[in-house]
Design a protein around this ligand. Structure first.
Ligand SMILES: Cc1cc2nc3c(=O)[nH]c(=O)nc-3n(C[C@H](O)[C@H](O)[C@H](O)COP(=O)(O)OP(=O)(O)OC[C@H]3O[C@@H](n4cnc5c(N)ncnc54)[C@H](O)[C@@H]3O)c2cc1C
Length: 253
């Protein structure tokens, strides 16, 4: 039985999309199955660290992605305040992209990443990765298609996929299946691998909102995070008008 694709990637989050980009950069055809109809609307990551940026650099897309991020000259400071309308208590200063690059240049001793961190919401990152991937003739990206099951034989893997909106099922052959379907991965579970690590690390109430009231929300100037002593965090997603507020839920709620 021939394979339809050398590789199928289950899950089109940051890891699945980046895995697929890596494969096409090596000339390997890939099918990505993402069960949701769109990229995430849930504001998850808001910083991509330097080591992940090194991958994007190697793939030749780091600067294109940075163009979508918070401007390179904006700092990554974390400010501790009593309240947004009261006092700034302390500020952890973190350099902007230009300053960080200069630091890397001056410490060329193997201790630094090749790339500075990047402030960019996952809500923006995922469509950018998807667009880059979809431009490759080697990639087929199916949103609204869930991985359901697989069987393995000597020649490869048969993946059972479901088109969520229609209920249509399809069996697709591949040589390799990559499980990039997140913390509750169905691929992992079907392989019988246990989750390594804690599942429920914190309980936080999150409010994601648009507001042009930048002067009010960044009273003490541009920062990445404002933190309060009772555990609230205000994240400036774009230093303009998109914000996320995290409030810790009391234990037992
Ligand atoms: C509030 C919050 C803040 C965070 N902040 C940061 C941060 O600042 N920096 C950072 O590095 N990380 C951060 N993270 C963690 C980061 O979001 C995750 O590490 C990242 O999303 C993991 O990517 P992933 O592709 O492995 O999984 P996911 O993002 O979970 O993507 C998995 C994808 O697989 C799809 N999927 C699941 N099951 C199936 C199936 N059966 N078939 C097809 N598709 C399927 C899902 O729909 C999803 O799109 C944060 C997370 C949260 C919740």
């Amino acid at each position: 039985m021939g394979n339809d694709f050398p590789v199928i990637v289950a899950g089109g989050g940051p890891v699945g999309l980046t895995t697929a980009l890596d494969l096409v950069s090596r000339g390997i055809r890939v099918l990505v199955l993402e069960r949701n109809p769109t990229t995430t609307r849930h504001p998850k990551m808001d910083v991509t660290n330097g080591r992940s940026m090194e991958h994007f650099r190697r793939l030749g897309v780091a600067e294109r992605i940075r163009d979508k991020a918070v401007p390179r000259e904006h700092c990554m400071d974390v400010s501790w305040v009593t309240r947004l309308s009261e006092w700034e208590l302390a500020r952890f200063k973190y350099p902007n992209v230009h300053e960080w690059r200069e630091h890397i240049r001056q410490h060329n001793d193997g201790s630094q990443p090749l790339e500075p961190n990047m402030r960019l919401s996952q809500v923006v990152l995922e469509p950018e990765l998807r667009d880059i991937l979809e431009a490759s003739p080697l990639a087929e990206v199916r949103f609204g298609w869930a991985f359901e099951d697989f069987t393995q034989d000597e020649d490869g893997v048969t993946v059972a996929a479901l088109e969520v909106a229609t209920g249509r099922r399809q069996e697709i052959r591949c040589a390799l299946l990559a499980g990039c379907d997140g913390g509750a991965s169905a691929v992992r579970q079907k392989l019988g691998f246990e989750l390594n690590g804690a599942f429920n690390v914190a309980r936080v109430f999150m409010t994601h909102f648009h507001s042009p009231a930048k002067e009010f929300l960044q009273t003490f100037g541009v920062v990445w995070h404002y933190q309060t002593p009772d555990g609230a965090t205000l994240i400036a997603q774009d230093d303009k008008e998109i914000w996320t507020l995290h409030v810790m839920l009391p234990p037992g709620t």
